[in-house]
Write a protein that binds this ligand. Structure first.
Ligand code: ATP
Length: 358
């Protein structure tokens, strides 16, 4: 396993890039820890595959370097880097048995047969493939075939990292959930460096120690699931993580407050930026407090709807011209005529040009 370092890394598919939009991957310097599970999360076209291919060695970046344990591997092939990859669709040998498929990457590297057997059985057990070991792969379901593909990635213990590129796309939703948990267990047991690409926030948040959120070629935040939820550094993170995402309100600034449609929201003793840009105030539905008018710091609103979500309620409220969501417990009463909201200082975020400034 290896520490992975990105040193002023960037990539453009244009021959002569001149502006930020020309880059599929914008300038990135970062270190990823040995033995951790990472997810690369973002919508289609944000640059996930570009970064993954640079890490694996399928793509040479137009700028910067990639280092494994301090060694420059920017121009090394996937084999030279010792990377295992699991793709969206199963990559297996149909005519081989499940056992032979799992053993293949090890036998290919002349691993002693006793070690091959031990490792194949371990991985088969972890992925619930033990009963299928003697079966030919072609007879199996697409789910089982993808499990073999994952097993072939996991079977080698000497790899620098295992990369998963949307590996659960072909798997049915229930098995998806089970496999994600299995991968997590395998990670905890073997402490392999794993990098998992997905556009699904649930997949990323349940799998990874750290999630890298990508947007328009930029890595806008790298953080634990909790950090992404509690302190989104970019409005896109606020919007993309969470269901529903963060409430965002365009605002102007006073000395100690933000003005949203002429309504003052206190920012207390927070340092307020003095230079311009597009300012927005953000608060997650989970942190917006619904109360009654007249209580301290409460701003009157109109409740326009309530959705019962089973374990919680989601209230829709109007503040000036803004529509906001507030997540409430099942038991909480919703004031009919004198509703008001409170913005707890800790959870009220100020963004300038989409970036957190306070
Ligand atoms: N070979 C290529 N030549 C030119 N442009 C490319 C090439 N590959 C990707 N791009 C462009 O680079 C940007 C990032 O693409 P990339 O495939 O890395 O995104 P992604 O997040 O992996 O998307 P998806 O989830 O759809 O695979 C996109 O605008 C894409 O059109």
């Amino acid at each position: 396993m290896a520490t992975i370092q990105f040193d002023n890394l960037g990539h453009s598919y244009h021959p002569h890039p001149s502006k930020p939009e020309d880059y599929a991957l914008r300038r990135l310097s970062q270190e990823w820890e040995d033995g951790k599970a990472y997810a690369l999360l973002g919508p289609s076209g944000c640059g996930k595959s570009t970064l993954l291919n640079i890490i694996s060695g399928l793509l040479v970046p137009s700028e910067g370097r990639v280092l494994f344990d301090g060694l420059d591997v920017t121009r090394c092939t996937p084999e030279e880097r010792n990377i295992a990859q699991v793709f969206q669709f199963p990559v297996i040998y149909d005519t081989m048995t499940v056992y032979e498929n799992l053993a293949f990457p090890l036998r290919n590297r002349k691993v002693p047969e006793a070690d091959v057997d031990r490792r194949v059985r371990q991985v088969a057990e972890a992925l619930d493939l033990t009963a299928d070991l003697k079966k030919r792969a072609q007879r199996l379901t697409p789910d089982a075939k993808q499990k073999i593909s994952m097993g072939r990635g996991l079977v080698r213990s000497d790899v620098a990292a295992i990369l998963f590129d949307e590996p659960l796309t072909v798997i049915d939703p229930h098995t998806k959930w089970i496999l994600r948990r299995k991968l997590r267990q395998i990670h905890e047991e073997y402490r392999l460096t794993m990098i998992y690409v997905t556009h699904d926030q649930v997949e990323a948040l349940t799998f990874a120690d750290k999630v890298a959120v990508m947007y328009e070629g930029a890595m806008v935040q790298l953080g634990t699931p909790q950090e992404l939820f509690e302190n989104p550094l970019h409005t896109f993170v606020g919007y993309f993580i969470g269901s529903p995402g963060i409430n965002l309100m365009p605002c102007t600034l006073g000395s100690d407050h933000a003005l949203v449609d002429g309504i003052a929201i206190p920012l207390h003793d927070r340092a307020v930026p003095t230079v311009g840009g597009k300012f927005e105030l953000g608060i997650r539905p989970e942190f917006l407090e619904l109360t009654r008018s007249g209580s301290a710091g409460a701003i009157p609103v109109q409740v326009t709807g309530v959705d019962d979500l089973g374990t919680s309620k989601l209230a829709t409220v109007r503040l000036g011209n803004q529509t906001l969501k507030a997540r409430l417990s099942e038991e909480q009463e919703i004031p009919a005529l004198d509703a008001a909201i409170r913005f707890p200082t800790r959870w009220t975020k100020l963004y300038r040009d989409s970036h957190l400034v306070g």
